[in-house]
Design a protein around this ligand. Structure first.
Ligand code: HEM
Length: 400
């Protein structure tokens, strides 16, 4: 497809390891260059400004997901059959099979369990002098809550984190990271196929709803494995990212941790602000189903656009002091959970998990201090910490 020569071009690689670890100068350059910028390396139009990202996400008739939301054709083919990669009536049907499990009403029933679990995790962590904010605090809850909900069998859990991370990595452009992730992605899909074939998911679980919908002819039998992965894969790294980034940000802004300790009702908005500043999911794509306009720039039918949530969330045209963490700002309109019909179906649960950990910590820990160099994961799609050395200091000044 010919690229309109009046559209600015960007020649740098947005998915090199260096750019993955520090994407912000690239996002700034894209936002400055224009509402639509052709990424020469990735053969896609970048949408990086808040208003344009939001407009694209809300116009799901023009900007469709059915041709895949990944940056490469292999992942787009493998992702067929999911809620994430479908449109219109098909999307509504698929979303209805499982989304009812995660409504505010359904989540209220889970709240006590998740909160108790969070307290256990925090109690165990505060007994140690030094903790890894990722391994000791951020991972346990996501790694247990959603696999239980999905009914993922016990023998497939050891590899889950590796598989889920690889599933995201494989959705980037064809590069070292996505190619390296192919094997693990295929393993996860093969495992899900086996579970669907043997109907071996736990009783009463979301997977049972999927099988029932297939038995009733509501969805295609072939979609079962994809629909299970649809909820499981995005539930882990994203939430681990939100929890660990929250810990990191509070270690950097101790006065805001004191504010949270004095008034834990600030926590829900703090979660929005964490997801705004350190958006766990960098960007997904859409395809223009007809000729379209983004911020006054014409895009022709069939073009693929990259919606960069993480850039929108730091757009100075939308946010004052966009790079600062401020839990008192109104962060509810951040785009880190997406927006419109494909807006995150699991965000209520992610918020519940993150809030529960922060609440449990606020009741026990006076200061969260960095005790070493944080290490960020290298992944095409996911932005999260891999290790976060911390010291949790109790109100009496002793290490917790
Ligand atoms: C902090 C944690 C999370 C973040 C930042 C996040 C982010 C997102 C984003 C940006 C989208 C929109 C994708 C698009 O625009 O195409 C999305 C969709 C989705 N998320 Fe999440 N997510 C999180 C947690 C979860 C959890 C815990 C689950 C499952 C329990 C989940 C399940 C889904 C599903 C099924 C979709 C597809 C919805 C659809 O296409 O209708 N997510 N998520």
């Amino acid at each position: 497809m010919p690229v309109d020569i009046s559209i600015p071009r960007y020649h740098k690689n947005l998915y090199s390891t260096t750019a993955i670890l520090d994407p912000y100068p690239h996002y700034e350059a894209l936002r400055t260059a224009g509402p639509v910028v052709w990424l020469q390396r990735h053969r896609v139009y970048a949408i990086s400004r808040y208003a344009d990202c939001k407009a694209v996400l809300l116009d799901d008739e023009t900007f469709i997901s059915g041709k895949g939301v990944s940056l490469n054709p292999i992942a787009n083919r493998l992702g067929r059959g999911t809620t994430l990669n479908s449109d219109g009536a098909e999307h509504a049907t698929k979303r209805s099979v499982l989304a009812h499990r995660l409504t505010p009403k359904a989540l209220r029933k889970m709240t006590d369990t998740v909160e108790h679990f969070a307290e256990d995790v925090v109690d165990r962590a505060v007994k140690k002098t030094r903790v890894d904010g990722v391994g000791d605090l951020a991972t346990a809850l996501p790694l247990s809550v959603v696999p239980d909900l999905i009914g993922w069998p016990a023998d497939g859990r050891d590899e889950l984190l590796r598989w889920a991370g690889a599933t995201f990595d494989s959705m980037g452009p064809i590069n070292r990271h996505s190619v390296g992730a192919t094997k693990a992605t295929a393993e996860m899909l093969a495992f899900a196929h086996r579970v669907a074939r043997h109907r071996s998911a736990l009783d009463g679980s979301m997977s049972r709803d999927v099988f029932q919908a297939a038995d009733e002819g509501k969805i295609d039998n072939k979609s079962c494995p994809a629909l299970m992965i649809d909820y499981l894969a995005p539930s882990l790294d994203t939430t681990i990212g939100a929890i660990s980034s929250a810990l990191y940000l509070f270690s950097q802004y101790p006065e805001q941790w004191q504010a949270v300790r004095s008034d834990p009702d600030l926590i829900p908005n703090a979660v929005n602000e964490v997801v705004r500043v350190e958006s766990p999911l960098r960007a997904f794509t859409r395809t223009a189903a007809r000729d379209a306009d983004v911020g006054g720039v014409k895009i022709s039918r069939g073009s693929r656009v990259l919606v960069i949530y993480a850039s929108a969330n730091r757009d100075p045209a939308e946010w004052e002091r966009p790079d600062s963490f401020d839990i008192t700002r109104d962060a509810a309109r951040q785009l880190g959970f997406g927006s419109g019909v494909h807006g995150c179906a699991g965000q209520g649960l992610a918020r519940l998990e993150t809030t529960s950990i922060l609440r449990a910590l606020a009741g026990r820990v006076d200061r969260i201090e960095l005790a070493g160099e944080p290490k960020w994961t290298v992944n095409n799609i996911i932005h999260r910490l891999e290790h976060l050395p911390l010291e949790l200091v109790r109100a009496d000044g002793t290490a917790a």
